[in-house]
Design a protein around this ligand. Structure first.
Ligand code: ADP
Ligand code: ZN
Ligand code: ZN
Length: 742
């Protein structure tokens, strides 16, 4: 039994979530001088912790503690004087910690930019701004005929939006400002002020909203009539149907009410394009937030949104936690994208967090996609989400035609069949661009010896290593191990080594040989390591310097390529025979998304190479009837009692020996079995890739038809695991609503 000890003299106790991965908070005494602050919950504090000090966030103030007050230490320092997170934010963060059964300190870490995880003050850098006084505004420029530098400065200030410019901006524009400013200040024409860095010094000219199509109008009206309360909308619009225009007009409604909009995207790569479109529509400040930014930029943008300086925030997963000062609307673009789920460490779904957040904030949330996830589709069918549809592309362009190209008995060159090569040739002759999609980077997925059959394998994983010709390396795509490309077979010393299968590099090489007069570009992680390279490449595609685009997933998502009329998928069949129950959903989404890149401005064609031309899934996809596919997939999930018909939690355990993970999971299983019969326990079984990066991996799946019993079991089992001796010798994790079973 726990005894609660009332603290003497009613000394206040505060509960602190330290920014460390432990599943509990710590109690400290609140020094008297701090009790005068009314708002302390959500502030960062520094506390003594053993021999060190640690930073944490105050989650609660209480009069009681489970620990005797005499044993409690006072907190050492209050870092923030206004809370970083308000009450609703804190509510969300603690909901997230309990839903994902994840340490609150880790959740806070995810919600904070790096610099705020230390005791850096949460204030924006300020800058000096020169501004015209009323007198300065009315004075004629002729007055400065004989003072050229003053005239230049006055002209610049007069022409700027709010008759003000930061000294930084002036220096950038190579305007000498120091001395002329002093003279003008002395004359009372100019004043010098300190501002937050947001002062927009450049007037942006923005375009008027488009005239909406009928379907867009219905969607905009439905959401904008509901701006004052929580509701989830599914904006189900085919690729190119103008979802972005709907987002922008909704945001406009929100901004007009003086509120903010949070827009989440699955990938960093998609932010520049959307930012550009937003910049040309909105005068308000737009902040971006993703892992491609510097720490400093993340810090500033986080604060600008939280302080209400930025009205719109475009961000990836981790942006789902950024506090909003005037919450108005949340938008999740490409809601089906698996990237919204973090797959390592703190395994949360940014989409689900955002939905919960909208509910707590009592604001609407719009989930947009051409290929909604089966879970979302299910919620729309049973009217938990309002289903808004944009069934056609804007303008007179139809969706591209999807054709199956039967490659059985065909000669294949680097993954391409003769009819496809012919099609590429015709398209190039017509001065149109082509996308070749293949979901594997590198030159070839395997290297083998023609003499003895040796195959290059990763020593740390249970897998082949991939040939990368450009780098002359063998890479493991699972653990990152790098080896030189051997010249001889290590087993028999033969030099007759053969690359098996195809990757982007091999396809590119072949096409370069086949079409030497045309330019190719490869879009994969090896060739495009960062956003800057991607931007350059996308620019080159736009200006038609590139004729053939070869790429992985990277090419499938959201990009707008006006000149592309043909899209070819080389390895369609890969997705047809997976053991993952989500494989068909992924394949359907991928094909419809890739197809969406074609024919944005003139009728396009999509060609799927396959050896399974009669496969029912492909037959459905060529009709591009995603709703029908989703309906059918949903029925299959229900008859197999798979999500969304049930709920999953997956325990993963890894260790350097094979026995340990299995043994730990077996103990977890035995314990879970005593809790309830409302859960179904599957496993332990080896993970689909049993050995990875030198570790043996096993898993245990827990399934329940209701969430409640599942979460109750997790609540009980986690302390059990934490106390398990054997578990200290392994790495374990729990994944709530896993999206793949790896
Ligand atoms: P989605 O986000 O659904 O893929 P986009 O918003 O990118 O579609 O729209 C595709 C194209 O259609 C864009 O070039 C966009 O400017 C144009 N568009 C969108 N809405 C309209 C409209 N109401 N009238 C004319 N053009 C539109
Ligand atoms: Zn050999
Ligand atoms: Zn490996």
């Amino acid at each position: 039994m726990k005894t609660i000890i009332q603290s003497q003299n009613a000394k206040l106790i505060c509960r602190i979530a330290l920014l460390i991965p432990v599943r509990r908070s710590f109690d400290y005494l609140l020094p008297d001088d701090l009790t005068v602050h009314t708002n302390l919950v959500g502030c960062r504090v520094i506390v003594p912790f053993g021999k060190q000090t640690k930073i944490g966030v105050m989650t609660d103030i209480d009069v009681n503690s489970e620990i005797a007050p005499s044993k409690l230490k006072p907190i050492q320092e209050l870092v923030d004087h206004t809370p970083l997170f308000n009450k609703t934010d804190m509510q969300l963060l603690s909901w997230v910690a309990s839903y994902y059964h994840h340490p609150i300190g880790d959740v806070l870490n995810a919600a904070l930019p790096g610099l705020l995880r230390k005791n850096r003050a949460a204030s924006l850098p300020r800058q000096t701004v020169l501004r015209l006084t009323t007198q300065g505004m009315s004075i004629s420029l002729d007055t400065f005929k004989h003072a050229t530098r003053q005239a230049v400065l006055m002209t610049a200030l007069k022409n700027s939006p709010q008759h003000q410019l930061s000294t930084l901006e002036l220096s950038k524009q190579k305007i000498t400002w120091q001395q002329p400013a002093t003279s003008l200040i002395n004359k009372g024409l100019v004043e010098r002020i300190q501002c937050d860095i947001n002062v927009s010094s450049q007037q942006r000219s923005v375009a008027a909203p488009l005239h909406l199509t009928h379907a867009q109008r219905i969607a905009v009206d439905a959401v904008s009539e509901q701006l004052s309360g929580f509701e989830v909308f599914l904006l189900d619009g085919v690729t190119g149907s103008g979802k972005t225009e709907v987002y922008m007009q909704l945001i406009q409604h929100v901004l007009r009410q003086g509120k903010q909009a949070l827009v989440l995207l699955p990938e960093i790569a998609l932010t520049p394009q959307l930012e550009q479109r937003f910049l040309s529509r909105f005068k308000e400040k737009i902040a971006v937030y993703h892992s491609g930014l510097t720490e400093k930029a993340r810090f500033q943008n986080w604060l600008e949104f939280r302080n209400g300086i930025a009205s719109i925030l475009l961000g990836t997963r981790s942006a789902s936690f950024i506090p909003m000062s005037k919450p108005g609307l949340i938008i999740i673009d490409e809601e089906h994208d698996p990237s919204f789920k973090q797959q390592e460490g703190f395994r949360f779904s940014a989409r689900n967090v955002a939905i919960r957040r909208a509910q707590l904030l009592d604001i609407p949330i719009v989930l947009g996609s051409a290929t909604p996830s089966i879970e979302t589709f299910h919620n729309a069918t049973r009217n938990r989400y309002r289903h808004l549809k944009l069934p056609a592309r804007t303008g007179n362009i139809d969706l591209p035609e999807i054709q199956l190209l039967d490659i059985r008995n065909q000669t294949i060159h680097a993954g391409l069949s003769n009819p496809l090569i012919k099609l590429i040739e015709t398209t190039l002759n017509n001065h149109q661009q082509i996308i070749i999609f293949i979901n594997r980077r590198g030159y070839a997925p395997a290297l083998t010896c023609h003499q003895c059959g040796w195959v290059a394998r990763c020593s740390r994983c249970e897998t082949n290593t991939v040939v990368h010709h450009g780098q002359q390396r063998l890479l493991c795509h699972h653990c990152g191990a790098v080896n030189l490309l051997p010249k001889h077979c290590p087993a028999c010393h033969s030099t007759d080594l053969v690359s098996l299968g195809i990757g982007t590099e091999r396809v590119e090489k072949f096409l370069q040989q086949q079409f030497p007069d045309y330019n190719t570009a490869r879009f994969d992680r090896d060739n495009i390591p960062n956003k800057a390279t991607l931007d350059t490449m996308l620019e080159a595609v736009k200006s038609r310097q590139i004729d053939i685009l070869i790429g992985t997933q990277m090419l499938a998502k959201g990009h707008h390529f006006p000149g592309v009329t043909v899209v070819a998928v080389l390895d369609t069949d890969q997705g047809l025979f997976s053991s993952d129950f989500r494989a068909s959903e992924r394949l359907a989404q991928l094909i419809i998304q890739v197809a969406g890149r074609a024919g944005r401005e003139q009728k396009g064609r999509v060609v799927l190479q396959t050896r399974q031309p009669d496969h029912p899934l492909l037959a459905m996809l060529i009709k591009q009837d995603y709703p029908k596919f989703a309906q059918q997939a949903l029925q299959e999930r229900f008859s197999a009692k798979l999500p969304p018909a049930s709920h999953h939690a997956l325990f993963r355990v890894r260790a350097t020996t094979q026995e340990l993970p299995n043994a730990v999971l077996q103990m977890i299983r035995n314990e879970l079995e005593t809790y309830t019969d409302e859960i179904l326990i599957l496993g332990p079984v080896p993970s689909p890739m049993e050995k990875k990066a030198g570790q043996y991996r096993y898993q245990l799946l827990v399934q329940a038809s209701q969430r409640k019993p599942l979460h109750n079991c997790l609540d009980k089992i986690i302390p059990f695991i934490e106390n398990l001796k054997l578990a200290k010798r392994v790495r374990w994790s729990v994944d709530v609503d896993p999206i793949d079973l790896f």
